[in-house]
Design a protein around this ligand. Sequence first.
Ligand code: HPA
Length: 269
Amino acid sequence: MSGYGRECAEIVRAARSGSYKIGMILGSGLGALAEEVEDPVRIPYSHLTEFPVSTVTSHSSELVAGTLAGVPVVILSGRAHYYEGGDPTVMRTPVETLKELGCEILLATNAAGSLRTEVAPGSPMLISDHINWSGMNPLIGEEDEKRFLDMSTAYDPQLREAMKKVAEETGDPIAEGVYMWFSGPSFETPAEIRMAKTLGADAVGMSTVPEVIMARFVGMRVAAMSIITNYGAGMQTHALSHDETKAVALQGMERMKDLVRAFVKEIGQ
Ligand code: HPA
């Protein structure tokens, strides 16, 4: 089973030649980082074979190739989610495209709910590991032995160290924790949040895990970061909403931009 990564990489190369080092996926409300790219070409997902156009407002659905902090990067601004059509492989072609363009590293970002009172909305959280609670896996149906993918160090230890180092240097140390993937699109219940805490999660969200599995499958090293947009259901007095997710992600992104730029510079040498 294979997607259209090669074909899409050719479309990108025709618009802007060169090889790229770091691929990024930007989640809900986090698209502002794509504005920081220098010497960019922007390609709408609709021009890229098999790229899924997200139905979620606040996802812009374009690929931006250029440089950030002098490092060649490809940013996927907007992702599609499992809950949009029930397909856990929906991000297969986009991840393969990054790989075909030469990206050795994936930085995935998302909006997430915090299960830890000390990690407040607006803060970033570096993902150290995940729990796949959805029961889904993008490698279901793969036929060869490669499907038995090792996930022991899915979130690359060296990249995590680099992120922590640059966060400390910016004077804003970053929290680190386990991200638990719920299918969504309804938010969790308070009981599910209590369960997630008991099982060892620090944050919950509806994305990222399938892309991380795909990226590891194609041999990329992965770092991932959540922007905490709210506390988990039952931990805050007001109801959860996508409007809140978008608004807080936007503010959190402002705080994250410098961190991501410093991280890219650090690992892109
Ligand atoms: N749960 C799931 N996904 C989310 C949340 C949440 O609380 N916040 C932002 N995305």
